[in-house]
Write a protein that binds this ligand. Structure first.
Ligand SMILES: [Zn+2]
Length: 80
């Protein structure tokens, strides 16, 4: 039984020593220094509804008669 405890203690000591050595050799992470620069936020162009004048993302625009509308309902209504 003491032989098993001896080997378990020896293995634990070796693991702790190896981890401490690896930690000592690893360069200190200073946080932002090693991280890649943050990508700029995607900018989406805006469109103005020909009926109500609300600005909304151009990708959501409803196109009709060469104009942009915020919704299909405003396509049917007259321009203001
Ligand atoms: Zn609208």
């Amino acid at each position: 039984m003491t032989r098993i405890l001896f080997w378990i203690a020896l293995i634990v000591l070796v693991v702790v020593a190896v981890r401490a050595k690896i930690r000592a050799l690893t360069p200190k992470d200073t946080g932002a220094a090693n991280r890649p620069a943050r990508e700029p936020a995607q900018v989406e162009s805006m469109a103005r509804c020909a009926h109500c004048g609300v600005y909304f993302p151009a990708s959501e625009a409803v196109h009709a008669d060469g104009l942009d509308y915020c919704s299909p309902a405003h396509v049917r209504l007259p321009k203001q």
